[in-house]
Design a protein around this ligand. Structure first.
Ligand code: AMP
Length: 519
């Protein structure tokens, strides 16, 4: 089944309901969204000569045109490649080239970055600017009579995760995977009332885009903030305006929203149904503060690109009963396995561990990706034994709640976005003055973590922070660059010569504590 079925169905069941809005302005109802998506589909197949299964990339921050374009891609039987709009042109080039995308859509502000990227991605035949003349020409065409027939394991969404070993990997998400994660939303996270709204405050190229599905299915509007991103005051205004609002947010965003709401005279969250958070752990104190301000309107999910939004979840009900004796343990956890996925904690031989014992979290079921695009080695390693190896360490308790303990991949999560130290280290190590380096996350009050680079200079070289910063930002996205540099004589290492990142983190944590005591 083509995931487009959800929109085809909504175009009759929810025909006149608002489907897409910019801020408070309704742009299209469901019948119009369906017609626009099918027009884009027809144009991609005829004028651009694409064939079923071809990849089409989108490089854009949240914008209404994103919605009709991505659904148009599915209507045509093509695969969408959502690209994080904040990536460096070189990183965009890698994804365009590796995915074999033949067409790329870009928002006007990303047109230059995409043009630069295309010089390294010769396979891209056409770039279309969202809301530009080529996009309008697609919309002016005759819509496809009906969406393409797809097999359940056909590729729908090629989601590039940042690579732990330098290069990002493309998780192949099928139509069936998307249907499974959508079903699980209703079973395990929340209901969506018809006529409600989802405010896309987080990037649609990532988690928020996946929450289009349950909301389209139920006839809820996709509301795109005019700022295209997260502005706490604007979000509060949109929540007060739209009925039955839901939202996906990284914990950092919720913290910022709560801080703004506390400054406001009379914040109105009565229309807020739920904020589903995930992507990074949220501290218990922050959850409690958010509940004080927002009311019992939180839910949580734990997932990853390889099993999108769907490994474990904690529904709204668990945030309501604050008198429960285990309330704090529960909200410190990531909840139960979602209904469509089996979850285990295993040892290094993949043997399941009993409650109370920490191990790697593995998952199996319909939402789990088919594999990594053009990367059979990584696929075999990650999906060995038929289970997705998440690289996350966790522990079940006797009540079945899973708590995430550590991130075995050393990923830094800053503002809900994953930053892989290895990527940054590889760039730094290309600098002629750098002998060795190690990048770690330091605790940060707003961002959760910030990127800190420990650098050992080549003998006789004096390194300059500004110079290193310029070097790094010429290669990778700004959000990945170290916010602080520490120049040291030697990196701490184990007997095997492995850099002891934990010692570096401990050092930073101790310094932060000293600074707090002194201040
Ligand atoms: P991504 O593939 O970018 O969605 O990142 C997925 C990773 O984010 C997971 O493997 C976890 O390490 C982390 N993560 C996601 N959800 C949660 C959560 N609810 N609590 C803690 N960490 C999470």
């Amino acid at each position: 089944m083509n995931i487009y079925h959800l929109l085809a169905r909504a175009s009759t069941v929810h025909r006149d309901r608002p489907a897409v809005a910019l801020g408070k302005t309704v742009l299209h109802d469901f019948a119009a969204l369906d017609a626009r998506a099918r027009a884009i589909a027809a144009g991609l197949l005829s004028s651009h000569g694409l064939a079923r299964g071809d990849r089409v990339a989108i490089v854009a921050a949240n914008t209404p045109a994103y919605v009709e374009t991505v659904w148009g891609i599915w209507a045509a039987g093509l695969a969408a490649v959502p690209v994080n709009a904040k990536l460096h042109p070189k990183e965009i080039a890698y994804i365009l080239d590796h995915s074999g995308a033949r067409v790329v859509f870009a928002s006007p502000d990303k047109a230059d970055a995409v043009a630069e990227a295309r010089t390294h991605a010769p396979g891209v035949e056409t770039a279309i600017t969202l809301d530009g003349p080529d996009h309008d020409a697609l919309l002016a065409g005759t819509p496809l009579a009906s969406h393409a027939e797809m097999a359940r394991d056909d590729l729908a969404w090629l989601f590039y995760t940042s690579g732990t070993t330098g290069r990002p990997k493309g998780a192949m998400i099928t139509h069936d995977n998307l249907l499974a994660t959508t079903t699980s939303y209703f079973l395990d996270i929340d209901q969506v009332p018809p006529g409600g709204a989802i405010v896309h405050a987080a990037p649609m190229s990532h988690g928020s885009g996946l929450y289009m599905f349950p909301n389209v299915a139920m006839g809820a509007a996709q509301v795109i903030p005019e700022s295209g991103g997260f502005d706490a005051l604007e979000i509060m205004d949109l929540i007060a305006h739209w009925p039955e609002v839901s939202m996906f947010a990284a914990p950092t965003m919720i913290n910022r929203l709560v801080a703004k709401a506390r400054e406001a005279a009379a914040p109105d969250f009565s229309n807020l149904r739920v904020i589903v958070y995930g992507g990074a752990p949220m501290h218990v104190a922050d959850v409690e503060r958010a509940l004080d301000v927002l009311g019992p309107r939180l839910a949580q999910l734990y997932g990853q690109g390889e099993s999108p939004m769907c490994i474990t979840g904690l529904s709204r009900a668990y945030y309501v009963d604050r008198t429960h004796p285990r309330f704090r343990d529960r909200i410190a956890s990531a909840g139960f396995p979602q209904s469509v996925v089996e979850v285990r904690v295993v040892d290094e031989n993949d043997t399941p561990l009993p409650p109370g014992q920490e191990g790697e979290i593995v998952a199996r079921g319909n939402p789990v990706m088919k594999g990594y695009w053009k990367n059979p080695e990584a696929t075999a390693e990650t999906l060995r034994g038929g289970w997705l190896h998440t690289g996350d360490v966790g522990v079940f308790d006797e009540d079945g709640f899973l708590t995430l303990k550590d991130r075995s991949k050393d990923v830094i999560i800053s503002g809900g976005t994953n930053i892989y130290p290895r990527e940054v280290e590889e760039v730094l190590l290309r600098h002629p003055g750098v002998l060795e380096c190690s990048v770690v996350g330091a605790p940060h009050a707003d961002w959760g973590e910030e990127v800190v680079a420990f650098v050992v200079a080549q003998p006789g070289v004096t390194l300059d922070e500004a110079d290193l910063d310029a070097f790094v930002t010429a290669e990778i996205a700004r959000f990945k660059r170290p916010k602080r540099y520490r120049f040291i004589a030697d990196l701490p290492k184990s007997n095997y010569g492995k850099i002891l990142k934990r010692e570096l983190r401990d050092l930073l944590a101790a310094e932060a504590k000293d600074a707090a005591n002194a201040g």
